[in-house]
Ligand binder design. Structure first.
Ligand code: ADP
Ligand code: MG
Length: 317
């Protein structure tokens, strides 16, 4: 069993993981989802002992691995953990079998199981992405680890190859714990026994996990269905959604109020203008100006009324 208790991680005084508390079963496929930067890889690296938490404990089979010295930690690594990465981390210029024999020589059966035995003499740089990831999985499970940690294993693959890889991981999760960090919600929902949603260094449905795990034996925990979790997740967000709706409604009402006050104000000014201006008579001065006459240096006759084509229309009645 894998258990994280009050795990914190800081990088340069910046909090990346904030009080992570989870207990995971011995078998099953657990997905960790969340936006980029939410701390998924950091969490996986801490579980894998690649990095140490700033605070808190990580128990694997009731041993706090954060307290182990390097030698014991290596032993734990070898016995319990396997890794799979998005970028495969294979040695390109070596053949498949040479990559695997860096771990040990028991690769034949695994290659057959993963349907890539025919590729064993091929150099890695000649393989497709899906084939490379199969080789990486083969390497990850060579020592038959109890926990397989996969960071975006389908991140560089097309969707049908991703499905192939997820099927393999699902099969492997029947007798070990497989933790998959992924961006792909649809794959997570389709394949996971349990989904952990991470946001801003925290696990959103931490409480549900605890509640659900209270009455669950380690072996049975994988029966929890992911759609249940999706519902839990939606319920968790209910409060937030209601608050968003209320603020939106307040915004709309305020906008309406401002607009109607503005309209009323305009009308009041119009009425005021009409009332005050209509009191005054229209005065026409006996003073004329004719541009044509002035151009010809002729005196304008003030007793004459000249017509003007561009008449001004006065709208004040
Ligand atoms: P995710 O895998 O969810 O995309 P990460 O766990 O990789 O997120 O990163 C979470 C945050 O921690 C990011 O803001 C990242 O910049 C920061 N971070 C991760 N590793 C390091 C590191 N070695 N040094 C400093 N900051 C890091
Ligand atoms: Mg990551």
């Amino acid at each position: 069993m894998l258990r994280l208790k009050h795990v914190f991680k800081e990088y340069n005084n910046q909090s990346v993981l904030k009080d992570i508390n989870i207990t995971l079963p011995n078998k099953g496929l657990i997905s960790i989802v969340g936006v980029s930067g939410s701390g998924k890889s950091t969490l996986l690296n801490l579980i894998g002992g690649i990095d140490k938490p700033s605070k808190g404990s990580i128990f694997i089979n009731n041993v706090d691995v954060t307290k182990l010295n390097n030698k014991d930690l290596n032993w734990y690594h070898n016995k319990y953990l396997g890794f799979i990465f998005q970028s495969y981390n294979l040695i390109d210029y070596l053949s498949v079998k040479d990559n695997l024999s860096l771990i040990n020589n028991n690769y034949e059966l695994i290659l057959k199981k993963l349907n890539i035995y025919n590729l064993k003499d091929k150099k890695v740089n000649l393989l497709s992405g899906g084939e490379k990831q199969r080789v990486a999985i083969a390497r990850g499970i060579m020592k038959n680890p109890k926990i397989l940690l996969c960071d975006e294993p389908t991140g560089a693959l097309d969707s049908s190859t991703s499905v192939d890889i997820m099927n393999i991981l699902k099969e492997l999760s029947k007798d070990r714990l497989v933790i998959v960090v992924t961006h792909d919600m649809s794959l997570a929902h389709r394949y996971s026994d349990y989904i952990l949603h991470m946001q801003d260094g925290k696990i959103l449905n931490e409480l549900n996990i605890k509640d659900n795990y209270k009455n669950i034996d380690i072996g049975k925990s994988c029966k929890i269905k992911s759609h249940k979790l999706a519902n839990n997740h939606l319920n968790n967000k209910k409060k937030r959604n209601i608050l968003i709706s209320i603020s939106f409604a307040i915004g709309l009402i305020s906008l309406g109020l401002v607009l109607s006050i503005n309209q009323g104000f305009k009308k009041a000014i119009d009425i005021e203008e009409k009332n005050s201006l209509s009191k005054y008579p229209i005065i026409i001065n006996k003073d004329s100006n004719n541009i044509e006459d002035s151009l010809r240096n002729k005196e304008t006759d003030n007793n004459k009324v000249y017509s003007n084509d561009n008449n001004h229309i006065n709208i004040i009645t």
